[in-house]
Design a protein around this ligand. Structure first.
Ligand code: NAP
Length: 429
């Protein structure tokens, strides 16, 4: 029986799940692969983790990541501390030290992936990161390996469980955003400081990684346009329903005309689209390839064992590569260089909710603003009146976002308009 020794840095939520799976499934993995995976060393900044680590069968514990990276017995380093630094430095050092690296770190991959892949290639070692997107959903290696016979035109998904939970609660119980956020915090689905989730930052990292892999062209997080969900109201959700749609925080990336259009924003999705059925903290990633057609990957986007399952899958693959002397065979796949287009160039349908005076001639004035910016209206619904004002919902035909912005600027200056409450794109794919 071959043996491969692993070192794990960061024994938090995911690290604990990885230790449990490696312990519980040690014999299963060994019988299936002929490789015994040993956790040679585990590291956490908190010395109180030692007891848990040793009882999970780990040979030694340290509070210094350097010990793991420099340990000559460790062949695979697993980074599970999160955030950009010092994680990036640890990963780079481990690769430079000719260790294969497994990480679940979306920040590092979406901002500094290229630099790390260069080192991994030079040192002929593996850098795997399945758990960085979609938690327990296998999506990175399926795209890179199983689906290599495809060119992808679209990858989009619901990749943040916190925001999906909030939007689903708002939808099902007609709650306001703040009320749903409070429940999400109480249930442990939202961090005490939830900004990274609700402002789309977390999803932006994930769609940057997915885009880079799907389109074979590097997209970094800063290139992803983002809007959060705090502006979504219960009215928006109700009105969207009347158009046969739900509202989800969509992470989207499309390749068209040699350019990549990528963003994270709340969007209207048709109720008969597979992504509309993704509720609560679940995640899903929808891709469109020229050979496979449309595929959707669905599952738990977070959690100790779910994310741990992806990390363990990567560890076993890296171990196989060590045993078969084929390390580094699945490296960086960014062989193209497509520019990322400005969101202004995006062509889409849009939903607009505004409040205006409830009197004759108002609709004509607003329609004039749309017309001046060459935005064509597909439908208008006048909703409830509040005193002398009424909510009006417009649905546009396909238009460029820059034209829509121009129309909105004109509308905001229009004397019959009180306030533009929401603007969301409508997904057509
Ligand atoms: N949680 C999930 O469901 C999930 C899903 C998919 C991917 N991920 C990713 O997986 C990674 C880990 O997430 P997590 O939820 O497991 O985080 P976590 O619970 O905060 O665990 C991180 C652990 O690393 C320790 N740590 C921090 N800095 C360290 C250092 N310099 N040296 C050694 N240990 C250090 C932390 O100790 P202290 O607590 O004392 O700081 C903590 O025990 C992140 O990149 C995350 O984005 C998480």
């Amino acid at each position: 029986m071959k043996e491969v020794n692993v070192g794990i840095i960061g024994i938090g939520t995911v690290g604990t799940g990885v230790l449990k799976i490696l312990k519980d499934k040690k014999d299963k993995i060994a019988s299936e692969t002929g490789i015994r995976i040993n956790v040679e060393q585990a590291c956490d900044i908190d010395p109180a983790q030692k007891e848990k680590v040793i009882s999970a069968g780990v040979r030694s514990f340290t509070t210094s990541a350097e010990d793991v990276i420099m340990n000559p017995r460790v062949e695979i380093v697993v980074e599970l501390i999160g955030n950009l630094e010092p994680a990036f430095t640890f990963i780079k050092k481990a690769l430079e030290n000719e260790k294969s690296v497994i990480t679940a770190n979306k920040e590092v991959l979406s901002q500094k992936g290229e630099e790390l892949f260069e080192v991994a290639e030079e040192k002929k070692v593996d850098l795997f990161f399945e758990a960085s997107v979609g938690g327990g959903i296998p999506i990175i290696r399926p795209l890179k390996e199983m689906l290599i016979g495809n060119s992808f035109s679209l990858v989009m998904g619901i990749v943040n469980g916190t925001t999906n939970y909030i939007l689903t609660r708002m939808e099902e119980e007609k709650l306001k955003f703040d009320e749903a956020l409070k429940i999400a915090k109480e249930k442990g689905y939202a961090e005490p400081d939830p900004r990274a989730d609700i402002e789309g930052d977390d999803a932006a990292s994930k769609i940057a990684i997915l885009s880079s892999i799907a389109f074979n062209s590097r997209v970094v997080k800063s290139q992803v346009y983002k809007e959060g969900i705090s502006g979504v109201s219960p009215q928006d959700i109700e009105y969207a329903k009347e158009f046969g749609c739900c509202i989800r925080l969509l992470a989207y990336s499309k390749k068209a005309d040699g350019r990549i259009f990528t963003f994270v924003r709340p969007a209207l999705i048709r109720l008969d689209h597979p992504l509309a059925s993704v509720k609560g903290v679940y995640n899903a990633i929808f891709v469109e390839g020229d050979s496979c057609g449309q595929l959707m990957f669905y599952g738990e986007g977070a959690g100790s064992l779910a994310a741990g399952s992806s990390v363990v899958g990567d560890i076993v693959q890296a171990a196989r590569n060590i045993v078969q002397n084929s390390r580094g065979s699945i490296g960086c796949t960014c062989i193209e260089n497509y520019p990322v287009a400005s969101v202004d160039e995006l062509e889409s349908k849009y939903y607009i909710l505004l409040s205006a005076l409830d009197k004759p001639g108002v609709l004509a004035k607003i329609a004039g603003c749309f017309g001046e910016a060459q935005v064509s209206i597909a439908s208008v619904i006048q909703k409830e009146s509040f005193g002398d004002k009424a909510d009006i919902v417009f649905m546009t035909h396909k238009t460029f976002e820059k034209n829509l912005r121009q129309a909105i600027n004109l509308i905001k200056k229009c004397d019959v308009v009180d306030i533009v409450k929401s603007i969301f794109m409508v997904v057509e794919e």
